[in-house]
Design a protein around this ligand. Structure first.
Ligand SMILES: C[S@@+](CC[C@H](N)C(=O)[O-])C[C@H]1O[C@@H](n2cnc3c(N)ncnc32)[C@H](O)[C@@H]1O
Length: 283
């Protein structure tokens, strides 16, 4: 079947579920991630024919899109800045906001790169791998409570030749850290059950609960635990970075302040939502 003919069929089949712009975006992603071709192949090679193998893959993708599966789980690939990472339903799909966290960290350490880094709740490994590229001499430890997530993260790190120490731990039951760190970073679970109502089906039904949710009663449980540990285990001039719940910027800042941090910066993301926090033990 010609690729251009499948596109027509694909657009028609999904027209009731998504707007045309979204459908075309999905199709271009499939061209890039399943065919390994540039999206312009459609314009340049009008007679591009899908092999039987690729036609099956495109048909399966269409079936999964109808069930509202995220395109990244369908292709098995998520793009995170310059990185192309493997993802599956054991790991959160890296978000653009997290790229802003990386940019903020890089900027904060531009004069003196961190030598030791701890990434808590590493998921796909996106933060650790991006930081290993930014700070190639740093020794990086990445932690997650999910063994399956660490399998994916390890594979991603191997692809980019990032040397990272992986550790399978539940941060909430840790009484201390193994050493002092120049940089502690975390994008922990922060979505409250009450926010489920505003979430789309593709997130709720496919992305790992373990990566997303906290209870309404203790929404800042991870921020409290990680900040307490960081207060004792950041090296002098070390920095703590969080991605946070946009609705809890002030509460999270107050919590970190109470733990004793002297310098705290709350930053907005590109959508002007409170999203990032940087904290330092001394002013
Ligand atoms: C919001 S996801 C972030 C994943 C990745 N760092 C990112 O930015 O895309 C949170 C991660 O924390 C992990 N996690 C959840 N509870 C944890 C715990 N108690 N201890 C350590 N990691 C935990 C989840 O498995 C998940 O990978």
């Amino acid at each position: 079947m010609l690729l251009k003919d499948f596109k027509t069929y694909f657009e028609k089949e999904l027209s009731d579920l998504f707007n045309l712009e979204e459908v075309r975006h999905f199709f271009y992603i499939l061209i890039e991630d399943l065919l390994n071709e540039n999206r312009f192949v459609l314009a340049v090679k009008r007679d591009y024919t899908l092999s039987a193998h690729h036609l099956t893959a495109f048909k399966n993708a269409l079936k999964d899109l109808k069930k509202k599966a995220p395109i990244q789980y369908i292709t098995g690939v998520a793009h995170f800045g310059d990185l192309t990472l493997k993802v599956n339903e054991s790991v959160l799909i890296p978000r653009p906001e997290t790229l802003e966290l990386i940019a903020y960290i890089k900027d904060s350490f531009k004069n003196s790169p961190p030598k030791t880094i701890l990434d808590i709740g590493t998921g796909s490994g996106c933060i650790s791998i991006a930081l290993s590229q930014a700070f190639p001499h740093a020794s990086i430890t990445a932690m997650d409570v999910s063994e399956k997530a660490l399998v994916v993260a390890r594979e991603n790190a191997q692809k980019y030749k990032s040397t990272i120490k992986w550790t399978l731990k539940n941060i909430l039951s840790e009484k201390s850290l193994d050493q002092k760190y120049d940089l502690i970073v975390s994008n922990p679970p922060y979505v409250r059950a009450l926010e489920k109502i505003e979430m789309s089906k593709n997130v709720l039904e496919y992305e790992p609960e373990l990566a997303l949710f906290v209870t309404d009663k203790e929404p800042l449980i991870f921020y409290k635990k990680i900040s307490e540990l960081a207060f004792d285990f950041l090296s002098e001039d070390g920095l703590l970075f969080f991605e946070i719940n946009e609705y809890l910027g002030n509460e999270t800042t107050t919590l970190i302040e109470k733990i004793g941090f002297k310098k705290i910066v709350l930053k907005q993301d590109m959508y002007l939502k409170n999203r990032l926090i940087m904290a330092k033990v001394t002013a």
